[in-house]
Write a protein that binds this ligand. Structure first.
Ligand code: IPM
Ligand code: MG
Length: 368
């Protein structure tokens, strides 16, 4: 069989390896039972890479990723690497990977599955049926802006500083992604910044308005990021696509995840120029507090793999089957601890991976 494509797996730290084991199981099953075959390579990132290579992202690892069609990543970080030099902390590996592959568009969907309506801390009527997409700019802004640093002042104080910067082209390319995606969804884009306080935000708003002329069929609104944080809790269904910068996107996507009940459910895709490899990772972190206990929810990573099938391997058909299967096993009451509810059965990470494959078998048979 022709290979479907090249996939690099970077399990990372904390719960990363255990959730990735479930994805590997799923890939194995799909290869045995479907019409796909991957060329899979595996490597370290984050703390695991610091331990093995002395840096959080080795040059050879980066080269492997460059040559891949998609990179699937677990999570990075943990208390054992809190004391390493700031430049080689686990997170720096992830940031370098995003930057080097120029993955400027981070798609973070927040979808409330009917079965999980009660898992959210918000009232069911507020979140039922929610389907929003946060488009986060991922390679610019204060995460990468220069100058940055910590300096000693003559008066004996220390001063820490970072720079928020965006150029016209950076704003336009992320804006285009948001408008194009809105066209395939609800036709609305809400652009978030702090134009009332920051010049970079003022430019962001002006450039989004200019760009909108190419997308007259899409409804564009602007919102200050603090108001957006509030509106996400007050009435999240007013949104379709939210487009925002790197830092606000980081914060708003964590907030949006809780509308869905758990960070353990949220996948993401980071995309660059057409033809460039995509990076797929769960929105959750490495959760060192529960690592190795079989409590982690593998669905965010499994759903990230589904996004890889859709965006990097042109297999939306299988992606949709996986998404449906996740939904139906939740409906049947199978839950990991993070989304556990009355009347449901709590199962460990590996059992969740098995349950997904079980459901997938049913879903694919029904579709055939
Ligand atoms: C995320 C994470 C990362 C970020 C960290 C781990 C560097 O919080 O992907 O949302 O801040 O981008
Ligand atoms: Mg984050």
């Amino acid at each position: 069989m022709n290979k479907t494509g090249k996939l690099v797996i970077l399990p990372g730290d904390g719960i990363g390896p255990e959730v990735m084991t479930e994805v590997r199981k799923l890939i194995g099953w799909l290869e045995d039972n479907g019409d796909i075959a991957f060329d899979v390579q595996e490597d370290c990132i984050g703390g695991a890479a610091i331990d093995k290579y002395g840096v959080p992202l080795g040059d050879e690892t980066l080269e492997k990723c460059r040559k891949a069609d998609a990179v699937l990543l677990g999570a990075v970080g943990g208390p054992q690497w809190d004391k390493v030099d700031y430049d080689i902390r686990p997170e720096a590996g992830l940031l370098k990977l995003r930057k080097e592959l120029d993955l400027f568009a981070n798609l973070r969907p927040a979808i409330v599955f009917d079965a999980l309506v009660d898992a959210s801390t918000l009232k069911p009527e507020i979140v039922k049926g929610l389907d929003i997409l946060i488009v986060r700019e991922l390679t610019g802004g204060v995460y990468f802006g220069e100058p940055r640093g910590i300096e000693d002042l003559p008066n004996g104080e220390r001063r820490g500083f970072n720079t928020q910067t965006y150029t016209t082209s950076e704003i336009h390319r992320i804006g285009r992604v948001a408008f194009e995606l809105a066209r395939k969804r609800g036709g609305k884009v809400c652009s978030c910044e702090k134009a009332n306080v920051m010049e970079s935000g003022k430019l962001w708003r002006e450039e989004m308005t200019t760009l909108h002329k190419d997308y007259a069929d899409i409804e564009l609104s602007h919102m200050y990021a603090d108001n957006c944080a509030m509106q996400l809790l007050r009435d999240p269904k007013q949104f379709d696509v939210i487009v925002t910068d790197n830092l606000f996107g980081d914060i708003l996507s964590d907030e949006a995840s809780m509308l869905t009940g758990s960070l353990g459910m949220l996948p993401s895709a980071s995309l660059g120029a057409p033809g460039a490899p995509g990076l797929y990772e769960p929105v959750h972190g490495s959760a060192p507090d529960i690592a190795g206990q079989g409590k982690a929810n593998p669905l965010a990573t499994i759903l990230s793999f589904a996004m890889a099938l859709r965006y990097s391997f042109d297999r939306s058909d299988i992606a949709t089957h996986i998404e449906k299967s996740a939904q139906s096993l939740l409906t049947k009451g199978l839950r990991t601890a993070d989304v556990m509810a009355d009347g449901c059965r709590e199962i460990p990470t590996t059992a969740m991976g098995d349950a997904l494959i079980n459901e997938l078998q049913i879903t694919m048979k029904e579709a055939a």
